[in-house]
Design a protein around this ligand. Structure first.
Ligand SMILES: [Mg+2]
Length: 233
């Protein structure tokens, strides 16, 4: 237990400072936000790599599989190269922000929520990820690096999905079908699925997200109009 706690602290170092954060006497509700394709336009960037490096011209709206080797019709070697290029600092640092995310994050700051970015990026991407959030004025408390897809090296300072399941969140916003499945089936975290072309087959329901049932968010404007209801605030 001691070792695991140390690892958690290691990968959950504070991120962007939030000087205006409202202090509350009870623990603030904690919100989980995925990074790629929820805060930033990562898949759009991958379409550039696929076209320029491998000659695969696939429009963003035609990315119907979360597995990019399928989406871009890549060989195993090409896929491995895509992932290397897609985790370089110059690529990650240049990704655009998804419209509306910043405004909602500021509203959450004002409401006193604890906002954690929960990402499947490897911990080696920590510096550029913190820098991107600061550059785009996105106030969050910390980044939690989770080995969501079993890609991280052995000994990586990331938490496992099972460790993530032991953490408490009032709401999670994800786009990845595999993680949405995991959160719905193995945790009690209310799930909001951020609408993307590759998750349209994931079954969602109307109303308020609860343990075991997901609600689809069409965009950050949608989240901005519903988050108080979803969090019972
Ligand atoms: Mg994502």
């Amino acid at each position: 237990m001691h070792v695991r706690t140390t690892r958690l602290l290691c990968v959950m170092a504070p991120c962007v400072r939030v000087p205006g954060m409202m202090q509350t006497h009870s623990s603030p509700k904690r919100v989980y936000i995925d990074f790629d394709d929820v805060l930033c336009e990562t898949a759009l960037g991958f379409t550039d790599i696929a076209r320029d490096a491998f000659g695969r011209d696939v429009a963003f709206d035609d990315i119907h599989s979360f597995e990019l080797w399928k989406a871009f019709d890549l060989t195993r070697d090409e896929y491995e190269r895509l992932m290397v290029l897609g985790h370089k600092d110059d690529f990650l640092g240049a990704l655009g922000a998804i419209p509306g995310a910043r405004d909602v994050l500021h509203a959450w700051r004002e409401a006193g929520l604890h906002v954690s970015v929960v990402t499947g990026r490897p911990p080696e991407c920590a510096d550029i990820s913190h820098a991107w959030l600061a550059q785009h004025d996105m106030p969050v408390h910390d980044i939690v690096f989770v080995d969501k897809y079993g890609r991280n090296d052995a000994g990586s300072a990331s938490v496992t999905p099972a460790e993530l399941a032991e953490m408490t969140f009032a709401l999670a916003i994800e786009d990845a079908p595999v993680m949405a499945d995991y959160l719905r089936d193995h945790t009690r975290i209310p799930l909001v699925l951020y609408d993307r072309p590759w998750n349209r087959r994931f079954s969602c329901e109307d109303g308020v997200p609860q343990a075991g049932r997901a609600v689809r968010a069409l965009d950050w404007g949608h989240i901005g109009s519903r988050w108080r209801t979803w969090l019972a605030l």
